[in-house]
Design a protein around this ligand. Structure first.
Ligand code: 6PG
Length: 255
């Protein structure tokens, strides 16, 4: 696992976009296709905008890239809170990505359980199987909440312990909401995992997560360990502002 820290959130977003392009080039070079599970929330918007403006990410590459979402809220894709809408607006529509390459979970579905199953089948139809027996995305992008959740895997929710499914609906009492989310089975089966966590808001949880010193996981994000995956964390000076110099050194946090 590598932790990159950049001076500002803007630089972190730019670097994250560059690493995504690198992952795409690797996958396209070795397999002729690139499968990515996008993260939701607000942080990735800058990354997607960087990708939309990135000359190194060519239309030819996008035509061989399949876009999925790691999670979605229980809202339609026109809703302001929709993760699907955010990625469509910031990247996929501006770059005119072919509709056949955009695999959208339907957060507005009446029956979220049935939609989770439908989407899981769509993932399995397109994303190759990994050695773990679960779909192996070339790259899964993740964020982190201040409670240590990632995707829509929130503390104390049922989806945390699902060892069978790839994609599920998940009740989140803390939000009084339901969500759709990849499970850890699918996240940890990915070739590459990128956790993007810039900003002072994430400093406490980042420090907690990295100073657990092997204790039993308490934060969902701690269960993102990969299965031989290449795991990269990207943050900024504000995000590591709670780390001592010794800890920056200890964790190999590269500025
Ligand atoms: C979501 C995300 C979620 C997000 C974190 C961080 O649907 O909200 O998938 O896991 O990554 O909540 O969100 P911010 O980027 O807004 O801080």
């Amino acid at each position: 696992m590598i932790i990159y820290s950049y001076p500002t959130e803007a630089e972190a977003a730019e670097q994250a976009a560059g690493l995504i392009v690198e992952a795409a080039l690797d996958a396209l070079d070795s397999r002729g296709e690139f499968t990515i599970a996008l993260s939701g929330g607000s942080t990735p918007r800058r990354i997607y905008e960087e990708l939309a403006d990135c000359d190194r990410l060519t239309d030819e590459m996008l035509a061989k890239t399949h876009f999925f979402w790691g999670d979605e809220r229980a809202v339609g894709s026109n809703h302001a809170d929709s993760n699907v809408r955010m990625a469509l607006d910031s990247l996929l529509n501006p770059r005119k990505v072919p509709r056949a390459n955009i695999h959208m979970p339907k957060g507005g579905a009446e029956n979220l359980g049935a939609e989770a199953l439908r989407y899981e089948i769509e993932i399995k139809r397109t994303v190759r199987l990994g050695s773990s027996g679960f779909p192996c995305f070339d790259l899964v992008l993740l964020g982190i909440g201040t409670d240590g959740h990632t995707a829509s895997l929130f503390p104390g929710t049922a989806a945390l312990d699902d060892n069978v499914r790839t994609f599920v609906d998940n009740d989140v009492p803390a939000l009084q909401a339901r969500r759709l989310t990849l499970t850890f089975n699918a996240i940890n089966s990915a070739s590459n995992i990128m956790v993007v966590a810039p900003g002072r808001k994430k400093a406490e949880v980042l420090k907690d997560v990295f100073t657990r010193n092997g204790k039993a996981p308490v934060y969902p994000i701690e269960r993102v360990r990969g299965n031989g995956s290449n795991i990269v964390w990207i943050t900024d000076a504000a995000g590591v502002s709670m780390f001592s110099d010794e800890q920056l050194e200890q964790f190999g946090i590269r500025n």
